[in-house]
Design a protein around this ligand. Structure first.
Ligand code: AMP
Ligand code: MG
Length: 310
C-alpha cells in the first residue's frame, strides 16, 4: 500500500478511538480530534494546556457535514467559492441540532470552521464520518509548528501519531472572519485583507484585541519564543539574533533572513521556522528590521507584536 494511504489509515484508526492526531495543513500543523466527541476534544485542551474558554476551529472536507452544523449565508458562499479550500476560517451561527461537542465551542452560539488545503488532510477528512476540531499543534502561547519535527518538539511522545505532510506552505494561521452579523475580521492570517475586501466589495472591519477575549489569537502574549523581541530596528548587537527582510551587503552569523528579496509571502512562510531556530540557539534577544505593513506584512507584524507581548 502507498505510504500516504497507510498513514491516513493509521490516523483514522487513532481518531476513531477518540485519540488526538497531528495533521498537516497549509497554515500550520493542527492537533486534531473528533469534533462530535467531548472525550476526544477534552484531550486537545489538556495536551495543549489550553484554557477551556478558547473555542476551537473545526475542519471539514466540504459542505456536506457542515450543513448540519451551521447556518450558511450569502457572504459565506462568496468567500467559500473564492478561497476554499484555503487559509480562511469562518465564524458562523451554530445550529441547535448540531452534533458538535459543546466543549469545542465553549457553549457559544457560533462555530469557527475551515477547509484546509493540504492534500493528505483533505483525503483524511473525506474518509471520516465526522469533522475534526484542530487548533494549532503547539503548547498554548508558544510558537506554532510548521513541520512534523516542530510538532515532535512540542509534544514528544505524548501524541499518538503525526501525519507527515511536509512543510506548511503558508506558514501562518488562517484569517478568521466572523459572518454571524456584519462581516468582521477577528484575526489576520493566510489571506490578505485586501483580497477579502475585494471579494465582498466592501471594507471589512478588523477588530483588534480588546480586554474581553473573543479569540485567543487576540490575547497579548501568543506565538512566543519566550525571548524579548524588539521591532523596527536598524542594527543589532553581536549577541542578538537579527531578523531581516532583505539581503545585507555584509553577512553575519546572527542574521536570519525571512526573505532576501522583501518577498512578504516567503517571509510569512519562514517566520515561525526562524523564531523556533532562534529559540533553539538560545539567543537572549531578538531584534527585527522594519517590515512593510501591507499584505502578508500586516500579519507578520501582528504576530511579531504578539510574540513580543506588545
Ligand atoms: P488556533 O487554531 O490555536 O489558532 O485557534 C483557533 C482560533 O479560532 C482561536 O483564536 C479561537 O478563539 C478562534 N475561534 C474558535 N471558535 C470561535 C468562535 N465561535 N468565535 C470566535 N472565534 C473563534
Ligand atoms: Mg494557536
Amino acid at each position: 500500500m502507498n505510504n500516504n494511504l497507510a498513514n491516513i489509515k493509521k490516523s483514522i484508526f487513532f481518531l476513531n478511538k477518540k485519540e488526538c492526531v497531528a495533521i498537516p495543513t497549509e497554515t500550520v500543523y493542527g492537533l486534531a480530534a473528533n469534533a462530535y466527541s467531548g472525550k476526544a476534544v477534552r484531550k486537545i485542551y489538556s495536551l495543549k494546556k489550553r484554557p477551556r474558554n478558547n473555542p476551537l476551529i473545526v475542519h471539514y472536507y466540504g459542505l456536506n457535514l457542515l450543513k448540519n452544523d451551521c447556518e450558511l449565508n450569502k457572504n459565506f458562499f462568496i468567500l467559500y467559492k473564492k478561497f476554499c479550500p484555503g487559509p480562511i476560517t469562518f465564524v458562523l451561527k451554530l445550529k441547535k441540532e448540531s452534533l458538535i461537542s459543546r466543549i469545542v465551542t465553549n457553549n457559544k452560539k457560533s462555530l469557527a470552521v475551515r477547509f484546509p488545503k493540504n492534500k493528505l488532510s483533505r483525503k483524511l477528512l473525506k474518509l471520516l464520518k465526522y469533522p475534526l476540531a484542530a487548533p494549532s499543534a503547539n503548547i498554548t502561547t508558544k510558537i506554532s509548528p510548521v513541520s512534523k519535527e516542530d510538532v515532535k518538539e512540542e509534544f514528544g511522545n505524548k501524541i499518538k501519531f503525526i501525519l507527515n505532510g511536509g512543510r506548511s506552505k503558508i506558514g501562518l494561521e488562517s484569517t478568521i472572519i466572523s459572518l454571524v452579523d456584519k462581516p468582521k475580521i477577528l484575526r489576520l492570517g493566510g489571506i490578505e485583507r485586501a483580497r477579502i475586501n475585494k471579494a465582498l466589495n466592501k471594507n471589512i472591519r478588523y477588530e483588534k484585541a480588546k480586554k474581553k477575549i473573543t479569540v485567543p489569537g487576540q490575547t497579548k502574549l501568543h506565538y512566543s519564543p519566550g525571548i524579548p523581541i524588539k521591532l523596527n530596528t536598524k542594527k543589532s548587537k553581536s549577541n542578538e539574533a537579527f531578523i531581516l527582510i532583505k539581503k545585507r551587503k555584509k553577512s553575519c552569523k546572527n542574521y536570519f533572513y525571512l526573505s532576501k528579496t522583501k518577498n512578504l509571502r516567503q517571509a510569512a512562510k519562514n517566520l515561525y521556522k526562524i523564531l523556533r531556530e532562534i529559540k533553539n540557539k538560545n539567543y537572549k534577544n531578538i531584534v527585527v528590521e522594519k517590515i512593510p505593513n501591507i499584505g502578508f506584512g500586516e500579519t507578520i507584524n501582528d504576530r511579531l507584536k504578539r510574540a513580543s507581548g506588545k
